[in-house]
Structure formats: C-alpha cells, structure tokens
Design a binder for this molecule. Structure first.
Ligand code: GLU
Length: 471
C-alpha cells in the first residue's frame, strides 16, 4: 500500500510552499487509496515551538489535509534513534569521531586553500587507537567509498551521485542527539513510507539517506523531489512576495479548497484546466505531470482562483466558512436571515469571504451611521416623499417577497412621477447604510419587513434632521 508523509519542522508558521508539498503527498496517497501521515520534525529544540506545532495542526485541519496516522513527534522517538545508532555502530557502519572543532576548521581552511570542496576527510573512520581525552565524540556514518547512488526520481528522472562525492556525515552530535538525516531515515523506515515526496532542496540529502537505509537493510522508498516555489523576482518565496503563512489566507477570507487549487497548479497541470474541485484534484493528480522547473507564486492569480471558487460554491458551503467572519465583526447570526441565502446573493460580487462579510454585515448588525457620501447624495429632503410612500406600501404588503417589494418600488415611482432610482437608491442607503448592494428588492426581502421598516424610519428621521439643520 502506498504511504506518504508530510514532515514539517515546527520552527515558524506553516509556509504555503510547505503546504504545496503536503498537498502533493496527500493527493498521491488519496489518489492511490493509500495512507498519508503527519510527522513533526521537532528535534531542533531551540528553534521548535509549540506555537508553530499548533499552527501546523490548525493549517492542516483548515485545509482538510487529513492524515491517517500521526501527528508523530520526533522528540518522542529518541530511544528508537539511539537503538538504530547503536545498531550502526555495532555493524561497523558508524564510528566515533574525536576531531575537535579547531581541527576541522584547519582542515576546511587547508582544503579551501587548495581549491577543494570542504569535506570531512574520514580521519577517524578506521581509528582503533586510544581515544583522546576530554572530547565528547560525534558519531559519523561510514559512507561507502566506492560506487554510486542511483535515484530514479519520479519528478526529476534519474539522478546519479558518486559515493566519492559524499563524506561521512554526522548522525549523532557530541551530546548524543541524532541529526536530521538519521531521524528521517529511521522514521521513513519505521513508518513504512513508500513514497517520499518533498522539496528539491532536500535532493542532496537523498543519496546519504539511501546509503543509511541500505546499511540498515531497510527498503528504499521511491522519491519525488518537487521544484521550489519562487517569488515573482525569481528568488525563493518569502514574506517579501506577499502572505506566505497559510493561516493568513484563512484570515483573509480564502476558501481552503481555493488555496489548494491555486497551490496544486503551482508546478502541476492538467491540460489548460485552471479550476479544480478537491475530488478532481484527487482524480487527476499525477507525479508524472509535475513540472521539473520551479514555479512562480502570483498573489493576484491566487485571489482570482478564490473568486472562482466562491462563485461556484453553494450558499450552504459558503455560509460555513463565512459565519466566523460575521461574528468576528460583531454580527449576530441569529438576528438575521439564513446565512446561506445571504451568501448566495453575494457570491458573484465578493473575491473573498472577508469582503463578503463586510458587504453583508448589515443583515446581522444594525449600523450606526450611513455611508457619508451615499447619504449626502441619496438621503436628501427630496427623498422623504418617495420613502414615506414606499414605507406605507411595504407596511401593507401581504407577502414579504422580492417581487412584491419590487412592485411596491415601481408603484411608488409611478405615483410620484419619478424614476425608479429616486426610490431605489434612497431605499438602498436606508436599509444597507451604503450606496452599493445586490438587487435591492432581494436585499429587502431577505432583511425582513421589521428591519426594513425600522431602518426606513431611521432614514426618514435623518432626512428630517438634515432638513431642519439646513433651514
Ligand atoms: N523536516 C524537513 C523540512 O521541513 C523535511 C524533511 C523531509 O521531508 O524529508 O524541511
């Protein structure tokens, strides 16, 4: 069975480049009926924080990237790592290295002076003498000296590295703690990972990891190294290029599936289709179709994809994600119409849920003030008569429905011999507080008779006050 993993280091927020890696791993597992696991690589105790772990968990859950096992924490697995290090020492695949910091620095300088690439020279590899006093040794892996490592990468194709290019890497520090390459190998092995899908910044670790796996007699997983995501200036994607913390997208009102859709298209394509549902992504994804070149993050495109998903979503679906934005803005969901109906009315005009919440807040919260420019233009003394007439017609309506409201507006305009706009616009400002909204009869229908009449009353008082002040 196929088993993939996402293995973030909790040293900051969950970066969207990391999320794309997680998504590819998740899609691959889901597509093949396999399993996806989450592993928190928290062995760097100085840089790992609980806050960051929580951000990872929250991000994964918001995005719906569910895992079948985990989260596993590497800090809970130190005993196992020690056991494997011991095994490697006993089988002659690892050794203690007593070289001091100064010694290694001298080596490095000498190599540099000779124009060579700095690397450990294996000076303790076959050491059998008496260990020097007062030195806590590190433990190094005995990398094979001859031959080569062949990686048939599912994205990059065949990559061949000569063992002569690899030095003996440290697998345990002088304080005994295991290093990244060791912990990853042990975990991928113990957790039965069949496909390691990760950023190509790890490609240089892969031959070392394969050699350790071989020394342990462990199966070698398949590898897929995904090209990086770059900013528009061609440098590695960072804060300078816009929001890179996945939770910022949640706060900015993105739908999780829209962000995933944007991310899946960064480095993967399927014809010229741009918009994918989660089910389509699972069905269509393949590693063969992942680009070998880096991709460029484009915030405007990401926003466009979000808008497309909002337009295609049902009101019910939008309502689930929209609700917290309304309550965060002081709206009371019980005090207004069904949120799904409101979302349905607004989905063609909002690029984000945050925008939608701002645009639709008047359904759930009374406003204190009219938008100044809209009120100045439309709540004028001349609007008093249309609003008064309209109000009495609305009071008398049998059925509070959009078409009946529309008819009342029409009749008012006809009776007073004014254009529809002279009724509709003051009504809009009166009940929404602003000069912009979806079709006003539909807004009024959803808002409900009681609120519409009360707000008309308020607008008429505002006009009267304005008139009094002008006199
Ligand atoms: N913890 C590593 C990172 O965050 C990932 C290791 C891996 O995928 O093998 O870069």
């Amino acid at each position: 069975m196929i088993k993939t993993r996402f293995a973030p280091s909790p040293t900051g927020y969950l970066h969207i480049g990391g999320v794309r890696t997680a998504l590819f791993s998740w899609l691959y597992a889901r597509k093949h009926g396999g399993q996806f696991i989450l592993r928190i690589e928290d062995t760097d105790r100085e840089r790992s924080t609980e806050e960051s772990v929580n951000a990872i968990l929250e991000g994964m859950s918001w995005l719906g990237l569910d895992y079948d096992e985990g989260p596993f924490y590497q800090t809970h697995r130190f005993a196992r790592y020690q056991e494997v290090i011991q095994q490697l020492l006993e089988s002659g695949h690892a050794y203690y290295c007593y070289a001091t910091r100064e010694e290694l620095e001298q080596l490095r300088q000498a190599q540099k002076a000779r124009g060579e690439k700095p690397r450990y020279d294996g000076r303790y590899r076959d050491f059998t003498g008496t260990p020097p006093q007062g030195i806590d040794p590190v433990i190094r892996f005995k990398n094979p000296l001859e031959g080569e490592v062949v990686i048939d990468d599912l994205v990059k194709g065949r990559v061949v590295i000569k063992n002569s290019e690899l030095d003996d890497l440290i697998i345990a520090r002088s304080d005994g703690t295991p290093t990244y390459n060791l912990t990853v190998v042990v975990d991928d092995w113990d957790m039965g990972i069949t496909h390691v899908i990760r950023g190509d910044d790890h490609l240089n670790n892969t031959p070392r990891q394969i050699n350790i796996l071989k020394a342990l007699g462990a199966p070698i997983p398949q590898y897929a190294h995904i090209p990086m995501v770059l900013g528009e200036d061609g440098s590695r994607l960072s804060k300078r290029h816009g929001a890179v913390n996945v939770l910022q997208y949640k706060e900015a009102g993105y739908l999780p599936e829209a962000l995933l859709n944007y991310l899946v298209r960064l480095g993967w394509s399927c014809g010229d289709q741009e918009i994918f549902s989660i089910d389509e992504m699972v069905e269509l994804f393949s590693l063969e179709a992942v680009n070998t070149a880096p991709s460029t993050f484009n915030p405007e495109k990401c926003l466009w994809v979000n808008q497309q998903h909002i337009q295609r979503s049902s009101g019910e679906h939008l309502a689930r994600h929209l609700a917290p934005f309304i309550t965060d803005r002081g709206g009371d969901l019980d005090a207004g119409p069904a949120l799904a109906a409101v979302a349905e009315l607004f989905k063609e005009r909002s690029k984000t849920l945050l925008e939608m919440a701002d645009q639709a807040l008047y359904f759930y919260r009374d406003f204190d003030q009219f938008d100044a420019a809209a009120a100045k233009k439309h709540l004028r003394p001349a609007a008093a008569a249309p609003l008064t007439t309209l109000k009495s017609k609305l009071e008398a309506l049998n059925e509070w429905q959009a078409d009946a409201i529309h008819a009342a507006i029409q009749q008012t305009a006809a009776e007073l011999e004014v254009g529809m706009g002279k009724v509709g616009m003051p009504l809009r400002v009166a009940i929404t507080g602003t000069g912009q909204s979806p079709s006003i009869d539909q807004v009024a229908a959803l808002l409900g008779r009681e609120k519409v009449l009360a707000r008309l009353e308020k607008a008429l008082a505002f006009i009267a006050q304005r008139k009094a002040m002008a006199n």
